[in-house]
Design a protein around this ligand. Structure first.
Ligand SMILES: [Zn+2]
Length: 126
């Protein structure tokens, strides 16, 4: 099943996804920078208290990464689907994903129907 997206539509989605990916990478980088090095001028004291704070900061960094990593993974997966020509097709049923849905969410990998089934399943298993 091939989506009936035009080459220019696919190209614009690709640009959008790459822009989104760069934005996410910048955000993650900035957040990590702030958390690992909150203020270099203040960290002149080296005692055990500082070590404890440092590990808390590191944990926050991991949480930040985890929060963004899903979005990054979705962007990469969508770009991969553009490469393989699967972009715009639902990964579950293989039908075309609505263009309006893709425009609102270029990383969407399922059509609205399968997405709602997927989310209902998640809620039931939770
Ligand atoms: Zn579907």
């Amino acid at each position: 099943m091939t989506a009936s997206l035009s080459l220019s539509e696919v190209a614009s989605f690709k640009n959008e996804l790459q822009r989104l990916l760069e934005q996410l990478q910048t955000e993650v980088g900035e957040e990590l920078e702030q958390q690992v090095h909150p203020d270099i001028n203040q960290s002149t004291v080296h005692d055990t208290g500082d070590d404890a704070e440092a590990s808390v900061e590191l944990m926050l960094s991991v949480e930040t990464l985890a929060r963004h990593s899903d979005e990054v993974a979705e962007c990469l997966a969508a770009l991969k689907r553009i490469e393989t020509g699967d972009f715009g097709c639902c990964t579950d049923c293989g039908e075309e994903i609505e263009l309006s849905r893709l425009k609102a969410c270029p990383t969407a990998s399922r059509c609205i129907r399968c997405q709602s089934v997927h989310e209902t399943g998640l809620q039931q298993s939770a």
